[in-house]
Design a protein around this ligand. Structure first.
Ligand code: HEC
Length: 111
């Protein structure tokens, strides 16, 4: 009798563990990011077009995971800084959304 609840608790624990592993692929600061919004903003602000004028490739060679920008926080900070310099007036959650998309497509930082 007492073994049944224990088994169920173990099963629920295992399932929660699996769910945790799936979301754990994304660094905490990007967990609630709106990826659709980020994609839209990147297209709207022509981020890749400008980078493409200065770098070969289609403007994506600029994203260097092993360069200076080597943590999720630095990636977000870089975009914050770019946005100030370019006068984009992005909201903090928009900066996070952009960073999350670049992380998904280029940097691939793990938590
Ligand atoms: C007017 C041109 C221009 C535009 C527009 C622009 N960037 Fe940049 N970006 C640059 C330049 C130049 C650098 C390199 C700066 C350096 O190396 O010091 C850079 C570097 C970066 C980096 C650092 C890459 C790395 O790994 O070192 C990120 C991230 C970035 N930009 C994101 C963005 C995003 C997101 C946008 C759109 C919201 C954007 N940029 C729009 C010119 C631009």
């Amino acid at each position: 009798m007492t073994r049944i609840p224990g088994f169920r608790a173990g099963l629920i624990g295992a399932l929660l563990g699996l769910a945790g592993a799936a979301t754990a692929q994304v660094p905490a600061i990007f967990k609630d990011a709106d990826l659709k919004l980020g994609e839209k903003l990147i297209a709207e602000h022509k981020c890749n077009q400008c980078h493409a004028q200065k770098w070969a490739d289609d403007g994506k060679a600029i994203y260097r995971p092993r360069g200076r920008v080597n943590t999720p926080g630095l990636l977000r900070g870089m975009i914050d800084q770019c946005s100030l310099e370019l006068n984009l007036s992005l909201f903090p959650d928009e900066v996070t959304a952009i960073a999350a998309v670049l992380n998904r497509d280029h940097y691939r930082f793990k938590p």
